[in-house]
Design a binder for this molecule. Structure first.
Ligand code: RAT
Ligand code: ZN
Length: 413
């Protein structure tokens, strides 16, 4: 039942005051310099907004891509904020960010917004954003296959403890023939055949990078047609390298399921779509590998119920996040309520997937509001059944939902 105003206010206060551990972002430790994106232009050229702006643009795709970032940002601002109301979730996010920073987005133009951001000191700005978002730690997406990122890890740097690492291995699993060449160049003796010598070299590669970056978990985004077991390189690598590595290092494996890459390649990063996954693959992984831990999120709305039911059957499965196209108020409310009703607090309702530092502010502001409502409604139902929850109990729920259950699942309490 919907919580009354006073219960809702209590739960909101508690959820807002509870620091979040953001378990999946595309942000970088500030030591990576320009790889950590921030500011108004980056907010505007976010790929979620690029695909929305192309709903209005009449220009050829290439004209957009050939323009510099400032011009792209101006075009997007004009299309989505000047000529139309910014009511989509991603547009509203920019407004929430500016508002939280004390900037009235309706006063002044893009030039004055740029002036404000240009005056910020990067290090102080990181502190300010994390403070505004009330985020205690952000998990990065760290790929040894990324030529801009890898040198930083190889050289080494002083880590900011708020930025924790996760080992991303999409190219390894989804483009094995090209990954073989890269691994060879890095000194791993792989040939591409599916044999035990290759599996153990891949395990050596995973172990080296796990240690180098102190990876909390290992992760991949999978297409909707991912199957397991299967006669595929990905299935072979998962079974013979990723899972044994996970068991040896006590490391969870995160599957982000259901992305259809490059549905419209002309949109580049903004051109990916969604497809319904076969969660039989996840069921098989969980059932056949009770000593491995799996984190999972699904991009398709149609997979959400099945994912929650699977988590009831397998304690080595931890659902997380309302990812990408499900990161809208309507779906977050639906998915979070369903998970609370079927799993209690043993899941992680949200990750931000932020690519731009400032987005932490809106992603967490919007998500916390919905989480608080869903949680308040559960406590209202509970009260109606005869159990009145204390503030301390609600605070315990909030801690579990905002990172505590995740840490317990990973064995990193
Ligand atoms: O949400 C996004 O920004 C997507 O582009 C993907 O990066 C997705 O989150 C992923 O990690 O594959
Ligand atoms: Zn992501």
């Amino acid at each position: 039942m919907p919580a009354d105003a006073s219960l809702l206010a209590r739960v909101e206060r508690i959820v807002n005051a509870t620091p979040a551990h953001d378990i999946h972002t595309h942000l970088y430790d500030p030591s990576f310099g320009s790889l950590l994106l921030w500011g108004i232009d980056e907010l505007l050229v976010y790929h979620y907004l690029v695909s929305e702006a192309f709903r209005h643009f009449r220009m050829p795709y290439e004209s957009f891509w050939n323009a510099g970032k400032p011009t792209q940002a101006e075009w997007i601002w004009d299309a989505l904020f000047v000529r139309h109301s910014p009511i989509s979730e991603s547009c509203r996010g920019v407004v929430t960010v500016l508002n939280a920073l004390g900037i009235d987005p309706r006063k002044g133009d893009l030039a004055s917004l740029r002036g404000w951001f240009a005056g910020q000191d990067p290090a102080a700005y990181v502190d300010r954003v994390l403070g505004l978002a009330n985020v205690a730690s952000v998990c990065m997406t760290n790929s040894p296959f990324d030529d801009e990122e890898r040198p930083g890890w190889e050289t080494g740097f002083v880590r900011d403890p708020r930025f924790v690492a996760a080992l991303r291995i999409d190219p390894l699993l989804l483009a094995w023939p090209s990954a073989v060449k890269r691994l060879q160049a890095w000194g791993y003796r792989v040939t591409g055949e599916r044999n035990s010598a290759n599996a153990s070299e891949v395990r050596r590669f995973l172990a080296d990078w796990t240690r180098r970056i102190d990876a909390r978990y290992c992760m991949v985004s999978l297409p909707d047609d991912f199957a397991f077991p299967a006669e595929s390189d990905a299935a072979w690598l998962i079974e013979h390298a990723v899972l044994p590595h996970g068991r040896e290092h006590g490391q969870a494996f995160a599957l982000m399921m259901g992305v259809k890459r490059a549905v419209n390649p002309a949109l580049r990063l903004a051109g990916d779509g969604v497809g319904r996954s076969n969660l039989g693959a996840l069921q098989h992984l969980c059932a056949a590998n009770p000593d491995n831990r799996f984190l999972a999120t699904c991009l398709s709305r149609e997979n959400q119920h099945e994912l929650v039911v699977l988590a009831r059957k397998f304690r080595n499965l931890h659902p997380f996040g309302c990812w990408w196209f499900t990161n809208t108020p309507q779906f977050i409310a639906e998915i979070t309520s369903m998970r609370l009703e079927l799993l209690g607090t043993s899941f992680t309702p949200q990750h931000s997937d932020a690519r731009v530092l400032d987005q932490l502010v809106y992603k967490w502001n919007h998500s916390r509001g919905i989480l608080a409502r869903c949680l308040a409604d559960r406590h209202a139902d509970l009260a109606a059944s005869g159990w009145t929850s204390t503030d301390a109990e609600i605070a315990r729920d909030a801690r579990e939902l905002l990172g505590g259950a995740f840490a317990t699942f990973l064995g990193r309490e």
